[in-house]
Design a protein around this ligand. Structure first.
Ligand SMILES: [Zn+2]
Length: 155
């Protein structure tokens, strides 16, 4: 089965982690692995959950979270599970994460922080090449008329 989600801005890694935690809390062995990210900002996470059952029988589920933060799918890619496992996934897992997604638990900040270029501080030159400012000690280029750091008049 698969479900498509859109209209929010979801942190897919956090969501995949939550699905992994869900299986762990239900006593499954579960691991999460990020897949090689395809082009175009698509994210892709795979959750593999295994539950050792009776009579050497193991149930296994592979869940994939893939897409963009604002438009993604949760896909149950593969399952070798009995009725209890199916109930667990189809009802409890999806009802839990659907609620958490709708509650905004995994929402990314609506507007990503604006990129701020690092402030440009004046770079001192090598002491033997420059003029040391008598006021602040900053070493300025040889021909400097004013200190690049504090503005003190050098010449
Ligand atoms: Zn100075």
């Amino acid at each position: 089965m698969q479900k498509t989600y859109s209209g929010r801005n979801v942190n897919l890694q956090a969501l995949a982690q939550e699905i992994n935690n869900f299986f762990l809390s239900e006593g499954w062995e579960s691991t999460i692995q990020p897949m090689t990210p395809p082009m175009g900002g698509i994210q892709d996470f795979l959750i593999r959950a295994i539950k050792k059952g009776h009579f050497h029988h193991a149930e296994q589920v592979i869940v994939r979270v893939t897409g963009y933060p604002y438009d993604f799918r949760i896909i149950v890619e593969e399952e070798h599970i009995g009725p209890l496992g199916r109930e667990l996934i189809n009802h409890r897992l999806f009802s839990q994460i659907d609620k958490e997604i709708n509650d905004g638990l995994f929402d990314l900040p609506y507007q990503a922080a604006q990129y701020q270029p690092a402030p440009q501080y004046p770079q001192p030159v090598q002491p033997q090449q420059g003029v040391r400012c008598p006021q602040c000690g900053f070493v300025n280029p040889p021909a400097a008329k004013f200190c690049a750091n504090c503005g003190y008049k050098l010449a």
